[in-house]
Every structure is written in structure tokens, then in C-alpha cells.
Design a protein around this ligand. Structure first.
Ligand code: IMP
Length: 179
């Protein structure tokens, strides 16, 4: 299936599964090398990162733990705007090496809020592993340790990412071709 229709939009394959897995292999090898002996805690941010997390974790060969969190959006004060609160975090992060596993960093605002909230739990170190980065959209200063792929600004779906809840199930990544 090279072209799919989701609601009002058409999408075409832009990154096939084989290419994705090649980059996941590379990121996993970097993490295996960098974090050996640190018993990292991987924090997978649902829903979008479920497929990346599964493929990444199958390739991690060092002792580690994995947990899943969600970000719940709510309207903050006038000055804070929309706030995303971490829910489902049951682990003690104090003194731990934490690796956030995300699907995509777009403006980076979500990641910034997540980092700020995790800092309150006093981890020793927090690293970021993201499947995708849209570098031209980044609005905040972020150090991203592991990036599987950089992509242009276009909207994408598949491999965990959705359009209005749909499209997460596809094994390839698709880019929007028509509105
Ligand atoms: P940020 O706060 O702007 O970095 O947005 C991050 C979140 O926006 C991601 O976790 C995704 O849920 C969503 N997102 C950003 N770009 C896309 C896209 O192209 N397709 C699907 N979801 C996206």
C-alpha cells in the first residue's frame, strides 16, 4: 500500500519499514554502547511511541527496565497556556539514568515540559531517544541524544503516529500528499 486515505487526507509512503529499522538498529547500538552498566530506565511516552519502543527494546542488550507514561493535556493559567502533565509514572527516578522514548519532536514544547517534570524526581541523568525530529520546527533549546531520523516539516502518520487517532498501525511512515 503506497498511498492511503485517512479521513480527508491522502498519504504516501515516505520512509519504508526497512529504512526505519536500519536507523533503530543504529540508535540501539549507540545506547548499548553508551549506557552499559547504568541499568537505564526507559520511559516510553504513549501512545505514539509504542511501535518504536517495541522495535528499539528488542535490540537493547544491556540490563535495563522499561516503563510507560502518558501526557495528559489540560488548560493551565493564562501565562502557562496548555500544560501537559505526566501520568502513570510509578517508578522512583532518584539517582537513575532515564531514557525518554518519544515518537517525534516537533516544536519541542512537549519534550521541554516532560523534562521539567522529570527533573523534580531527581534522576541522575535524563537522555532523549526520538524516532523523528523536525529540526526546522524546533522552538526550544533541547539536547537530543538519539535521533533515528530527521524529517521535513510535513505531517506524517504510521509506525505509531496518528492523524486524528487513525494510522498508528501502519508499518511504514507516510507523508501527507493532499489536503
Ligand atoms: P511538539 O510539542 O510540538 O514537539 O509535539 C510533539 C507531539 O506532536 C508528538 O508527540 C506527536 O504526538 C505530535 N506530532 C507532531 N508532528 C506530528 C506529525 O507529523 N504526525 C503526527 N503527530 C505529530
Amino acid at each position: 500500500m503506497n498511498v492511503i486515505q485517512i479521513k480527508d487526507k491522502q498519504f504516501a509512503v515516505s520512509i519504508p519499514e526497512a529504512r526505519i529499522l536500519q536507523e533503530v538498529d543504529r540508535v540501539a547500538a549507540e545506547i548499548n554502547r553508551d549506557l552499559a552498566g547504568k541499568n537505564p530506565l526507559f520511559l516510553s511516552v504513549l501512545n505514539g511511541s509504542f511501535m518504536f519502543t517495541a522495535d528499539l527494546m528488542k535490540r537493547i542488550e544491556i540490563p535495563c527496565e522499561i516503563s510507560f507514561v502518558k501526557l495528559a493535556s489540560y488548560q493551565g493559567t493564562a501565562s502557562t497556556g496548555r500544560v501537559k502533565e505526566v501520568i502513570g509514572l510509578n517508578e522512583d527516578l532518584a539517582g537513575r539514568t532515564v531514557v525518554i522514548v518519544e515518537d517525534i519532536v516537533d516544536t519541542g514544547l512537549t519534550m521541554r515540559q516532560l523534562l521539567d517534570q522529570l527533573a523534580a524526581h531527581r534522576p541522575q541523568e535524563v537522555r532523549i531517544a526520538t524516532l523523528l525530529l523536525k529540526p526546522d520546527k524546533l522552538q526550544v533549546d533541547l539536547h537530543i541524544d538519539y535521533v533515528a531520523m530527521q524529517i521535513p516539516n510535513d505531517f506524517i502518520v504510521g509506525y505509531g503516529l496518528d492523524y486524528d487517532g487513525l494510522g498508528r498501525n501502519y508499518k511504514d511512515i507516510y507523508t501527507v500528499v493532499s489536503d
